[in-house]
Design a protein around this ligand. Structure first.
Ligand code: SF4
Ligand code: SF4
Length: 372
């Protein structure tokens, strides 16, 4: 945003952000602890955030640890993504009721509440931009997505503690938010002082900030935040060399290594469920046993299921190998043909939440190393 402002909000004043958003009618969602993981859910106060917790992530491994610092945002991304709110796992379009010889058809789509998302990571802003391209600005916009997207207020959080499976720096999607937010925070804990360097990204963000105690950021404070982000970029858990990746994978389309990967892959689809850019769905019609009611609904689907590529006569991708190759090549190659960008933003979720720790960065590195 032209003329963006950078101010300081002290930790003691941070609750004001929640209060102002609530007062303006937003339903607030953000990271919170549940079942030994940090997930996204409705929250209303600073205490709902994972205060003092940090996470350790590796291939197929996720652990939380309590620290003696009181950071609010020291955990990076967990198993949930914002598609949970913007493009829910299940969405009913219409309900049909039999009334005598007539059928009554009603829309089941209700106007969603105005949403504010707190703690959106830079890689996730890029994922939202991809969703916008496909579900908002594409040839077939999804009404339910448009409704949820239009009044969205986004509070981004820059990543000063990248996770073990993060590789946003390689994908040019982080660790600093550059666009697509109303406010962007960098959390700093320095000796006894705990504060946020807050950048405005929209008029709405600047307007809201007027109601939160703040002061103009000093040079030392902005430099501290910049240095923390530079350090974060240099200690990403993973890297992925994207130079020429589109053609590289095409050259290896028939490589036997795909078969080696799928000796481990269970085609469980976890990697697609946790991915912030995967948008594939199925539309189902269901009827009650007595034939009096029916519904049409949309459900998340996955390219790892045999049924996903079923057309009459059988499935196009009947083998595990063809399904894994489809997923990885879609993310890194075909997506570029379809949408002009990569389909991966380097969040690392598919690595952490793969039960056998299959790692997209390792597999891409294998093809690069064995490219002649
Ligand atoms: S790559 Fe991992 S998460 Fe994805 S389908 Fe295979 S086993 Fe499941
Ligand atoms: S492919 Fe994996 S690392 Fe890339 S955006 Fe999806 S979940 Fe994140």
């Amino acid at each position: 945003m032209k003329n963006s402002m950078v101010v300081i909000v002290e930790r003691k004043d941070f609750q004001n952000l929640f209060d102002v958003l609530s007062k303006r009618g937003y339903q607030i969602s953000g990271p919170t602890l549940r079942d030994n993981a940090v997930i996204y859910d409705n929250i209303s106060a600073v205490e709902d955030l994972p205060v003092g917790w940090t996470d350790h992530q590796e291939g197929g491994r996720y652990r939380l640890e309590q620290t003696n610092k009181k950071s609010l945002f020291a955990c990076v991304v967990g198993p949930h993504t914002w598609k949970k709110i913007l493009y829910p796992a299940e969405h009913t379009f219409i309900q049909v009721k039999r009334n005598g010889s007539k059928l009554e058809i009603t829309s089941a789509e209700k106007k969603p509440p105005k949403s504010a998302l707190i703690g959106v990571r830079p890689c996730e802003l890029h994922a939202l931009a991809i969703y916008d391209k496909v579900l908002k600005d594409g040839p077939y916009p999804a009404t339910s997505y448009l409704q949820r997207r239009q009044d969205l207020f986004i509070v981004a959080v820059n990543c000063v503690n990248p996770g073990g499976t993060c590789f946003c720096a390689s994908m040019n999607t982080g660790p600093k938010a550059t666009s697509g937010f109303d406010l962007a925070l960098t959390e700093i804990i320095n000796n006894d002082r705990h504060y946020f360097v807050v950048e405005t990204g929209s008029k709405l963000g600047a307007d809201l900030l007027k109601e939160i105690p703040n002061k103009e950021a000093g040079i030392e404070e902005t430099q501290t935040a910049d240095k923390a982000l530079q350090k974060a970029a240099a200690r990403m858990g993973r890297t992925l060399d994207i130079k020429g990746i589109h053609d590289l994978l095409y050259r290896h389309f028939d490589d036997p290594h795909w078969g080696e990967i799928t000796k481990r892959c269970m085609t469980c689809g976890n990697c697609t469920m946790v991915c912030p850019t995967c948008f594939c769905v199925n539309v189902e019609d269901t009827t009650s046993l007595d034939g009096r009611q029916a519904e049409r609904l949309r459900k998340w689907d996955s390219c790892f299921t045999v049924g996903f590529s079923y057309i009459h006569g059988g499935s196009i991708r009947a083998t595990e190998t063809s399904r894994y190759r489809q997923w990885m090549m879609h993310k890194l190659s075909y997506w570029q043909n379809q949408f002009g960008t990569l389909g991966c933003v380097g969040c690392g979720r598919c690595i952490t939440w793969c039960p056998v720790g299959i790692d997209i960065t390792e597999e891409a590195a294998y093809f690069r190393k064995n490219d002649k």
